[in-house]
Design a protein around this ligand. Structure first.
Ligand code: ZN
Ligand code: ZN
Length: 495
């Protein structure tokens, strides 16, 4: 007698986490786009060298993710971001990471601890103190420390000049970072409150470009002013016992990555010169990845950090956009400019799926030659379908300098507008300036295996960049967004 066929695990999508199911066809023009009906896919788990999920309609094979792990990553980013800030830190609580400063209605003032304000969470009743309320007695020394850091002094030099030991240097640095996060959280909230129409620029690059340590840095800013609204890295300071070598989206905790074995990888051919050839070469590179949405899966060798744990980058990138999506509750029209990277494309498309369907979002790949004059009108436009996905690119050029855009939401007709205004260079420049500013620290041989020391610096740099640094027109990004009337001084930043 034939046994009745029941659902085995092999024919199921990785389970949803609450309402979150990120495993679905990601081809916008496909009738299965966004579908979470397993009958729309061929699913298999027996051969790890073949895709787990293939769309029956369009044949696309988006890698699968563990939905619980994506949400756990969102929680990790929140805890990091609110670390040191007065906010509920109970991972089970819905107020997790929402700072008192911007969410007063969620908390009761609850007496004092010394001269510091104490609060109680209305949701879970947990109490905590605002460590940074009251006067900053260390403002002077912290200002000196920052000034030296920003002039490119080494840690050793700074310690000698301020007569402190390295431990107190890093303690000070992490206190400064907390204050910076506190300042930023108030400005960020104001920015998003008035962001009915918003253009964001994102980029994803190694945190330490000469280290091959697998730490990847995603950052997004308001595209015109350069105000950085969020940045995250796929690395956590604390070790993880049961990190896994292989990614298995059906197992919780799979986002934690064990040190991988060295891989045999073909030496990539040199990057071609012309923009069309470059875009084409990138499509080939991503297709050669064992996991299309994991740029690290194609690295021959990772110099795994000596302490702490790498997180598979797709989890951090999806979490980055989920984090932004939460802040965008007042937003009605959104553009996102990204470099040609399928991980960022997939994350944007999945996280903002409803808005893609409602056509209130414009995600675009943007590639431009160095020397492209931002804001100039497009010349003649050539449309080219590229890559396995037949992505619809629009290219233009002035003399020998070219630019290409690809509307990932599938909209046609506004190519000239996007070629003129779409660009992610504000965020790419921000990341490059960070690397230049702190080249000593970023490239220090010892630091390459100990990236944790750079984490407070990222928060400090973001605050300084948004609130203190004036561009050629004399304005800070916060001023350009109408959030402040003048640049903040270091003293104000630290108070
Ligand atoms: Zn499909
Ligand atoms: Zn709570």
């Amino acid at each position: 007698m034939k046994t009745l066929h029941t659902d085995c695990n092999d024919s199921l999508l990785p389970p949803a986490s609450g309402n979150l199911q990120l495993n679905h066809c990601k081809t916008i023009g496909c009738c299965n786009f966004g579908s979470t009906d397993k009958h729309h896919y061929v699913l298999q788990r027996t051969n790890p060298h073949r895709p787990t999920l293939v769309c029956r309609e369009c044949g696309a094979f988006p890698p699968v993710l563990n939905n619980n792990d994506v949400l756990a990553e969102v929680a990790r980013l929140k805890i990091m971001q609110s670390s040191g800030l007065p906010a509920c830190s109970n991972p089970e609580c819905e107020n997790l990471g929402l700072p008192v400063l911007t969410h007063r209605h969620l908390y009761h003032a609850f007496g004092y601890s010394g001269d510091r304000q104490r609060y109680r969470c209305k949701c879970c009743q947990a109490t905590f103190v605002d460590r940074w309320s009251g006067f900053n007695g260390k403002n002077q020394i912290q200002q000196k420390l920052l000034a030296l850091l920003f002039t490119g002094c080494s840690v050793r030099d700074i310690c000698r000049r301020l007569s402190m030991n390295p431990k107190s240097f890093y303690d000070q640095l992490s206190q400064i970072a907390s204050r910076c996060r506190r300042q930023l959280s108030m400005f960020d909230a104001r920015l998003f409150k008035h962001a009915q129409t918003l253009s964001l620029a994102s980029d994803l690059i190694p945190l330490q470009p000469n280290s091959s340590n697998g730490v990847t840095w995603i950052a997004s800013c308001e595209a015109a002013s350069g105000y950085v609204v969020g940045q995250h890295v796929n690395f956590q300071q604390s070790d993880v016992e049961d990190a896994s070598e292989e990614h298995d989206a059906y197992v919780d905790g799979t986002r934690f990555m064990a040190p991988p074995k060295a891989r045999l990888v073909e030496v990539p051919p040199p990057t071609p010169q012309g923009i069309l050839a470059r875009v084409d070469a990138k499509y080939r590179e991503v297709l050669s990845r064992p996991n299309l949405e994991d740029p690290l899966s194609n690295m021959p060798r990772i110099n795994y950090p000596a302490k702490g744990c790498l997180i598979r980058p797709q989890y951090t990138v999806y979490a980055h956009y989920l984090h932004l999506a939460e802040m965008l509750e007042y937003n009605e029209s959104l553009a996102i400019f990204i470099p040609q990277e399928p991980l960022m494309r997939s994350a944007c498309i999945s996280v903002f799926m409803d808005r893609i369907k409602a056509k209130t979002i414009h995600p675009l790949y943007v590639e431009e030659d160095m020397g492209w004059l931002h804001g100039q009108a497009a010349g003649r436009i050539d449309i080219v379908l590229m890559g396995w996905w037949r992505d619809r690119w629009a290219f233009t050029r002035h003399d020998d300098i070219s630019k290409g855009v690809c509307h990932l939401g599938g909209e046609k007709g506004d190519e000239d507008k996007w070629l003129e205004i779409a660009s992610h260079r504000t965020i790419s420049d921000y990341q490059k300036r960070f690397h230049d500013q702190f080249a000593q620290l970023v490239d220090e041989p010892r630091r390459k295996l100990r990236p944790a020391g750079l984490l407070p610096l990222l928060d400090i740099y973001r605050a300084w960049h948004n609130l203190c640094r004036q561009d050629r027109s004399g304005l800070t990004p916060a001023q350009q967004m109408g959030l402040t009337s003048a640049p903040l001084t270091l003293e104000q930043l630290l108070s």
